[in-house]
Design a protein around this ligand. Structure first.
Ligand SMILES: Cc1ncc(COP(=O)(O)O)c(C=O)c1O
Length: 361
């Protein structure tokens, strides 16, 4: 079988080591001679996995004891409602920055619970940039931002110093770079881009945020339930958690988030360099806000899009079709994607340019 270069936006590429270890655990989990997915989550073997997963998250992001680390279900989309359910009382205000479809969905849910102030939006230019220069109202309960906008290929290059708690949707760039955890009061991420398979959502939350709203919260939607139950209030998604742990261990073995940032910066520089050099292509995101996870670009002559896609396919490049709201192409270059895959894409872009213009890169 030829190697397929996987640029899928999500579920996205995972380290081969994590996949191999997960296959092994499906056959014989921790020496039990039973499959990981057919033993009790309350057995000592799986409890050890949960503990190690929590600790590895803490290590990778230097998470202090004043925060809880949770593995929940419902995807990042469930967090869109759990955040305001737990943090925003009726009549109170929360501040949101609208940087795309996912931010909008978060805003839509939050409006069910309190007043929502949109501090800034990049909708005027189809979310192709990160709005700047907005002020954070000190009377709002929290600020919600989306660190990386998967569809549009934009990413915050730095995070605000905020007088109010910051809640961040990090679904598509979690563990891709070091962060200063003190700048965040809550981080959440659906696993299926940089952390593991779909089915588990990571939540890192400062304990002091909780217990302040007056409303009653259903148990499953209450962060405190999951803190008290150590993410085992009900049956946790054992397989996604196991694969996530293997991925986190891989990140650690590669040198942690500092090494990931270096690796991702090199890949991004290679690909953006070619987009800017190649006479046939152009990037769609504002240069200063370009994402190191999702690289969006189009052909200047849109009528050639299908032809380029066909060339990509014949060169074993997969998952490059852009989101329908942006068009063109999107190369997701998550942590696990090797630089050689980016090189294969760059080679294909040069091959295409040569076939159309005769120009050698
Ligand atoms: C930034 C961002 N937030 C939220 C989501 C939704 O995640 P989920 O499918 O886990 O609900 C996605 C999915 O692509 C995303 O990219």
């Amino acid at each position: 079988m030829p190697k397929v270069h996987n640029f899928s936006a999500g579920p996205g590429i995972l380290p081969q080591e994590a996949i191999d270890q997960s296959i092994a655990a499906l056959q014989n989990f921790s020496g039990t001679n039973l499959s990981l997915i057919e033993v009790s989550h309350r057995g000592k073997e799986f409890e050890a996995i949960m503990e190690e997963a929590r600790n590895t998250v803490r290590e990778l992001f230097n998470v202090p004891e004043s925060y809880s680390v949770l593995f929940l279900q419902g995807g990042a989309s469930m967090q869109f409602c759990m955040v305001p359910y737990n943090l925003l009382d009726e009549g109170e205000t929360a501040a949101y920055v609208n940087t795309g479809v996912w931010a909008k969905k978060a805003i839509k849910e939050a409006k069910l619970f309190g007043n929502i102030e949109i501090l800034a939006s990049s909708e005027d230019k189809n979310f192709s940039y990160i709005p700047k220069g907005w002020n954070i109202p000190s009377n709002a309960k929290y600020l919600h931002i989306t660190s990386n906008n998967t569809i549009y290929g934009t990413q915050y290059q730095e995070f605000p110093d905020s007088p109010i708690p910051v809640v961040c949707d990090m679904s598509s760039d979690i563990f891709s770079r070091p962060i200063d955890i003190n700048k965040f009061d809550m981080i959440y991420a659906g696993a299926q881009k940089n952390m593991g398979p779909a089915g588990v959502t990571l939540v890192i939350i400062k304990n002091e945020l909780l217990g302040k709203v007056k409303r009653s919260i259903p148990s499953m939607l209450n962060y405190q339930t999951h803190i008290d139950g150590e993410s085992m209030y009900n049956t946790p998604p054992v397989f996604p958690i196991y694969v996530s742990l293997q991925t986190l261990k891989w990140v650690k073995s590669m040198g942690g988030c500092v090494a990931m940032e270096k690796r991702n910066s090199e890949k991004a520089a290679l690909l953006y360099g070619e987009i800017d050099r190649n006479s046939m292509f152009q990037g769609t995101a504002a240069t200063e806000d370009r994402s190191k996870m999702n690289v969006t670009f189009v052909l200047k002559d849109d009528s050639l899009t299908d032809e380029f896609m066909a060339l990509c396919k014949s060169n074993n490049l997969s998952g490059l079709k852009g989101h329908r709201s942006v068009g063109g192409f999107r190369a997701s270059i998550y942590n696990a994607l090797p630089k050689e895959s980016v090189q294969a894409l760059v080679d294909t872009m040069q091959q295409f340019e040569k076939s159309k213009t005769g120009v050698n890169a």
